[in-house]
Design a protein around this ligand. Structure first.
Ligand code: GRF
Length: 199
């Protein structure tokens, strides 16, 4: 079985990235992170350094347009010729040129049961809506915002009195497992991203 090479994109603490780094510490895990990218000097880059993984940072404000930022990000990603790009807490919408170049070998993890609560404040929005259940979605990134074909979903109950951080931490505990499972199934060809994307 060939080993799937991954580039993981982060913006924050990188606990989902770390879950993948810890999974690949098992020699049997059929995927290897070859680089980590970020849109800022994210705390999560420390996980890449700890595991000896190269990283790159492409800051949007350094570019005159989103398209130029996207082109520079794509150039960095393509240096590593990954089989799959994983957005794991990456808080930027990828410009169409980047999606077109990478999808369907481009997945994202989102802290809600899409299509419910898309966008950057999914946990807050679920609480504000009085949802009694939310969850995690791992999906293919298409040209929309959190709209691509769903790979895996898992529900997480909202508990009375939940604060956003408390609920998000419970969601992230599930998210880390679901993301590792999705990468495993993609690497083992149990999930076919191209087939998913043509349905
Ligand atoms: C995750 O819940 C992700 O779905 C959301 O932001 C969180 C990032 O967490 N977009 P981390 O950086 O992986 O710890």
């Amino acid at each position: 079985m060939s080993v799937l090479s991954l580039v993981v994109l982060i913006s924050g603490g990188g606990s989902n990235l770390r879950a993948l780094l810890e999974a690949q510490a098992d020699a049997e895990f059929p995927a290897r992170i070859v680089a980590v990218g970020s849109d800022n000097d994210a705390e999560g880059l420390a996980h890449a350094e700890e595991f000896g993984i190269p990283s790159f940072t492409v800051v949007p404000t350094s570019f005159a347009s989103r398209a130029e930022w996207g082109a520079a990000l794509l150039e960095q990603i393509q240096i590593f010729t990954p089989d799959l790009v994983v957005c794991a807490g990456f808080m930027r919408i990828l410009p169409p040129g980047v999606v077109a170049a990478l999808s369907p070998n481009l997945i994202n993890t989102h802290p809600a049961l899409l299509p419910a609560f898309p966008g950057a404040h999914a946990v807050r929005d679920a609480l504000a809506a009085g949802a009694t259940q939310t969850g995690v979605t791992v999906h293919v990134v298409d040209e929309g915002v959190d709209t691509g074909p769903i790979i895996f979903q898992q529900a997480v109950d909202v508990l009375p009195g939940d604060t956003e951080p408390e609920l998000h931490e419970r969601i992230k505990a599930v998210e880390r497992q679901l993301l590792v499972a999705a990468v495993l199934d993609i690497a083992n060809n149990r999930v076919d991203l191209r087939e998913l994307s043509t349905k």
